[in-house]
Design a protein. Structure first.
Length: 271
């Protein structure tokens, strides 16, 4: 399927685009199944929040309409949606009147090993740390250099994901996923008010867990608390839930709450 730029098939961008020059924009990685994006409302809510916080005047209804049409044409696969502030002159100052650019790219689903979901994965302990910037925390903005550096730290097939901590050593997330833990029946995930990406699957699982009456806490998590967890799992909007079985000599079983949320994630993604 051809890529779209501003609602039309295209394979090129203006070299004046601020997304290219400064990472001035946002993106969403969206699973498409049966011609529809299952987590559409979560993606649109995060995009709306990001545009509000960055001051990008995106027509959200137009973006939704284009995304739905693009998904229908794609059928099955991954739609990557990028929104930039549009063209600008040299210099950091944003243009007084921004004309946001809407970009949609298609790709096949990544071929993850089935054992990742069935038996769990091993995490690589990344030395790259997430910097603290509350004004950008939670956003899926276009500048992902921390993740690029972290992902370059391992090349083997033994590790399926990397563990990312912040500059103070708190456990935050995976390189391309969010992280959950279970302690004494309580579902924990990191506070993302300083750094990290607030994933849509993370949001959907938190909503589902609360709706089912599970005890949920979103707060700072130390590394010592992390390795003492009863269960650990990762989630994102493409693979759903992967149990974590180990990191640097520490091991966890695939527990019942992980399996329960794994089924919920599959239902949310129409898998």
């Amino acid at each position: 399927m051809p890529n779209w730029v501003d609602g039309h098939p295209a394979d090129s961008l203006s070299i004046k685009d601020r997304g290219l020059a400064y990472g001035d924009g946002l993106f969403e990685t969206i699973a498409v199944r049966g011609g529809r994006p299952p987590l559409l409302e979560y993606h649109m809510a995060r995009l709306a929040d990001g545009c509000r916080r960055l001051g990008i005047p995106l027509d959200l209804q137009l973006m939704r309409t284009e995304l739905v049409a693009f998904s229908a044409g794609l059928g099955e696969g991954v739609a990557k949606l990028m929104v930039t502030r549009g063209d600008g002159l040299r210099g950091y100052a944003p243009p007084p009147v921004a004309l946001p650019r809407r970009i949609l790219q298609s790709a096949a689903f990544p071929l993850y090993p089935e054992n990742n979901a069935q038996q769990g994965v091993q995490l690589f302990p990344c030395s790259t740390r997430l910097a603290e910037q509350p004004m950008l925390a939670g956003l899926k903005h276009l500048n992902r250099l921390e993740q690029v550096l972290a992902r370059a730290e391992w090349q083997d097939g033994e590790h399926a994901e990397g563990l990312m901590r912040d500059v103070s050593g708190r456990v935050i997330e995976g390189v391309f996923s969010n992280l959950f833990m279970v302690h004494d029946g309580v579902l924990l995930t990191a506070d993302l008010s300083r750094c990290g990406v607030a994933g849509v699957m993370r949001a959907a699982l938190l909503d589902s867990a609360k709706a089912q009456g599970l005890q949920v806490e979103v707060r700072d998590i130390t590394y010592d608390e992390f390795i003492q967890a009863d269960e650990v799992f990762l989630c994102n909007s493409l693979f759903g839930v992967w149990p974590v079985r180990s990191v640097t000599g520490h091991h966890w079983p695939v527990g019942p709450l992980t399996r329960k949320l794994q089924v919920i994630a599959r239902d949310l993604l129409d898998i």
